[in-house]
Structures are given as C-alpha cells and as structure tokens.
Design a protein around this ligand. Structure first.
Ligand code: ADP
Ligand code: ADP
Length: 216
C-alpha cells in the first residue's frame, strides 16, 4: 500500500531530511514512526501525502508513484487519505458539525449524506451531542478528537497522523491511540508519527525508528 525504495529528501538549501529509506507498509497495517525532533518524521508523512516529492528514490502509495504524479492527480490520490496534521487547524468561526462536514462539502457530497457521515464520524470519536458547540469551547482532547473526526469523515483507506497527541496529557493521548486502533481493526491503514515512545510501548504495532533521516 505504501512503499519507499531508496528514498532521499533534500529541502532546498537544507541538508538531507531523509536518507536512503526503504520500507513497505501493507494494507491494514498500523505503524508508528518515532524519533527525536528533526529526525524526518513529518517529511516522511508529507511524502506519503504527496505534499512533498522525493529528491531521489521512489515513493509508491496506492499504486501511484508520488514523484511522477501530475499535479492534477493529487486531489484524487488525497481522497484516500485522512490527515491529522498540526497545520490543519480547526475553524473556530464554525461549529463542530460544520468543521467535520467541510471536507464532504468540498468533495461535493449531497448535504443529507454529508450530515449522516459527519454524525457517524462524530459518534466514532465520542463527540455526538456537541454538534452545535464551538470548537473553542472544547477541551484539548476533544479538539483533537474533532480533528480525527474530520480526517476520517470521508472514509479514507489510509490515515496519516503527525504528532496527534502532541499537546495532550497521558489520558487523552491514550484515548486518541485507542481510537486509531479501533479504526485499524476495521481495516484502515495507519501511519502515526510521534516522538513519545512511552505512548507506543503498549501496542504491538510495527515501529519505524528514524534518526537523522535514517531508519535504525
Ligand atoms: P520531525 O518531524 O521528525 O521533527 P521534520 O521532517 O520536520 O522532522 O524535519 C527533518 C529535517 O528537515 C529537519 O532538519 C528540518 O529542519 C528540515 N526541514 C523540514 N521541513 C523543511 C523545509 N520546508 N525546508 C527546509 N528544511 C526543512
Ligand atoms: P514538525 O515537527 O511537525 O515538522 P516543525 O515546527 O518542524 O513541525 O515545522 C513546521 C513547518 O516548518 C513545516 O511545514 C516544516 O516543513 C517547516 N520547516 C521545518 N524546518 C524548516 C527549516 N529548517 N526551513 C524551512 N522550513 C522548515
């Protein structure tokens, strides 16, 4: 489903963020990417999401070679993804339901079907009943669950999460992880970047350790 072969990533003017990465993630796998800040975790996820292209080597996702992908093909590929990224902020001038339904509106789904799916997504993250609330009134853990609902509302086959538990205390962080595990149990492929090693010790999932851009 996700295959890296001898991948290097060099940012303009920067040093190598990723060096000679080769690995494969099978459909239905849940894998963690760990390593200290600057190790290249975000870069790896951005390559999978076609936000960045590899400098050399190949990244193949759902049969598509990311390095050779035409710009016009990117939105089609992205439909398979749910992204929980730090720069995808919630919209504080819209309510909880509107935040979740937005990706479906953009995809052109009929409103009634959108409502149904948005409620189902909110149910999965245990936020049903808060549809009309403003995201700003939610706790940090609830806001993060809302980000997860927004990421899964289009029923993605792959979920990519970059430090999804970043600012949360242990209890909330555990909830998010359990949620990801339940998505994985229904067949979603997950790739989760975290610097927090303590969070993943209780899961038997595969761990890719990055150190200065290399797998160790
Ligand atoms: P992590 O997510 O593990 O903290 P990143 O993938 O964000 O690591 O960064 C890996 C390296 O690439 C770091 O040295 C970082 O400064 C550099 N880097 C990341 N994004 C850019 C960019 N857009 N331009 C230049 N350098 C970058
Ligand atoms: P993360 O830990 O999630 O990678 P960062 O704070 O490292 O977040 O990066 C925030 C943004 O800045 C990202 O879009 C990243 O690509 C960019 N960035 C990171 N390091 C550099 C850098 N050295 N030069 C330019 N842009 C960078």
């Amino acid at each position: 489903m996700i295959s890296f072969s001898q991948v290097y990533k060099r940012y303009p003017g920067g040093h190598e963020a990723l060096k000679n990465l080769s690995f494969t993630i099978e459909a239905g796998e849940m894998a963690f990417i760990t390593g200290p800040t600057g190790a290249g975790k975000s870069t790896l996820l951005k390559l999978v999401a076609a936000i960045e292209k590899p400098s050399s080597g190949s990244v193949v996702v759902s049969g598509q070679n990311i390095g050779k992908l035409r710009r016009s093909a990117v939105p089609y590929l992205r439909r398979n993804f749910g992204l929980v990224f730090q720069d995808h902020k919630l919209l504080y001038d819209r309510n909880v339901l509107e935040n979740v339904i937005l990706p479906l509106d953009i995809a052109g789904l009929p409103r009634a079907e959108g409502m149904k799916r948005a409620r189902a997504a909110l149910d999965k993250v245990k936020l049903l009943g808060l549809e009309k609330a403003s995201p700003i009134s939610l706790s940090g853990g609830e806001q993060q669950r809302l980000c997860v609902a927004r990421a899964i509302v289009n029923r993605p086959t792959i979920v990519l999460a970059d430090e999804p538990t970043g600012n949360l205390d242990a209890e909330y962080a555990g909830e998010i992880m359990e949620m990801f595990k339940s998505f994985n149990q229904v067949g979603v492929t997950l790739l989760i970047a975290t610097h927090d090693e303590s969070l993943i010790t209780r899961y038997s999932s595969r761990v890719l350790h990055l150190k200065q851009g290399e797998l160790s």
